[in-house]
Ligand binder design. Structure first.
Ligand code: HSE
Length: 307
């Protein structure tokens, strides 16, 4: 059996407008690189972190916390060394903490001959995600591990559904380079939701999932709306309304906050439209002092990749 594995852990978009904390999808091309080594000396060590400054202490690093949850459950007669190459900046809204948390357990599981299912790995990784956001949610972890669109029907017990991805669906991302901490973005949200808004939200979520199943882009367009969370969080993102207007004018099916922001995503039918949205996004912060990155991505239906 191998004693070293290199993986690519993709970025993800959580919430997808109407699916706060339950729906997510997986991106291509943008993600973290991780190398996991099985070693004789027992215990867990983070030996290298590139791309940004993060703690090396196992209990303070999301990759370490999730790895520890799995390590303690299995109690293997070996140890692991973890190298993290961050391609996704923490606080960017495209699943940075989920990538680290999912990557460490995925890599260890492969080196041990896959004792755990992806569902079980998600449960371990949720411990790492909880360190970053003070809340156990799996809407970034599930698409990173399973690929495509995923719906987390329940967290306790964990129940994850894979939703089909229609051919020709593309995402465009704009990442204004400011940091929003998930815990702070969650603190803005109300404890209670008005029943009329809740009805609109779950109607849209049901119809979005149906639209994805049958590949009905017009239904997807009608469903990509968030009447519960967006009104509270949009104030965190400079030029939010302009970003959304440009996406829709360029032909996107919908546009909303990616996870807890500041990144925003648009979904489009066809690469040409997604590229048009990207061109529009590139103009948004031109006259401001905010730097931004934009990208077009296919929906990655495979999730974490072994390199
Ligand atoms: N569902 C989460 C949120 C995703 O929006 O707070 C970010 O981790």
């Amino acid at each position: 059996m191998k004693d070293k594995i290199k993986i690519f852990v993709p970025g993800t978009v959580a919430n997808v407008a109407c699916g706060f904390d339950v729906l997510g999808f997986c991106l291509d091309d943008i993600g973290d690189g991780m190398t996991i080594k099985k070693v004789e000396e027992p215990g867990l060590r983070i030996t290298k972190i590139r791309g940004c400054e993060l703690p090396f202490e196992i209990d303070k690093n999301v990759a370490g916390v999730s790895a520890k949850a799995m390590y303690e459950a299995l109690n293997p007669d070996c140890g692991f060394e973890i190298e993290i190459h961050k391609g996704i900046k923490p606080g960017s809204g495209i699943g940075s903490s989920a990538a680290s948390a999912a990557g460490s357990v995925f890599g260890m599981n492969e080196l041990l001959g896959r004792p755990y299912t992806k569902l079980e790995l998600t449960a371990f990784a949720m411990k790492g995600e909880a360190l970053a956001s003070q809340s156990e949610h799996a809407d970034n972890l599930a698409p990173a591990l399973f690929g495509g669109f995923t719906l987390v029907r329940s967290v306790h017990p964990l129940d994850i559904l894979s939703i089909p991805t229609p051919d020709d669906l593309y995402a465009t991302i704009i990442y204004p380079q400011i940091e929003i901490k998930t815990a702070e973005a969650r603190a803005l949200l109300p404890e209670k939701v008005d029943l009329k808004l809740a009805i609109a939200q779950w109607a849209n979520l049901g119809s979005l999932v149906h639209g994805l199943h049958i590949g009905d882009f017009e239904l997807i367009r009608r469903s990509l709306k968030d009447v519960v969370v967006e009104p509270y969080r949009k104030q965190l993102i400079p030029k939010y309304d302009i970003i959304k207007a440009i996406a829709l004018e360029s032909g996107a099916l919908g546009c909303s906050i990616s996870g807890s922001g500041p990144s925003m995503f648009a979904l489009s039918k066809g690469k040409a439209t997604a590229e048009k949205v990207k061109s529009g996004f590139e103009t948004i912060y031109q006259d401001s002092d905010i730097d931004s990155q934009t990208l077009v991505s296919r929906i990655n239906t495979k999730g974490i990749k072994i390199l």
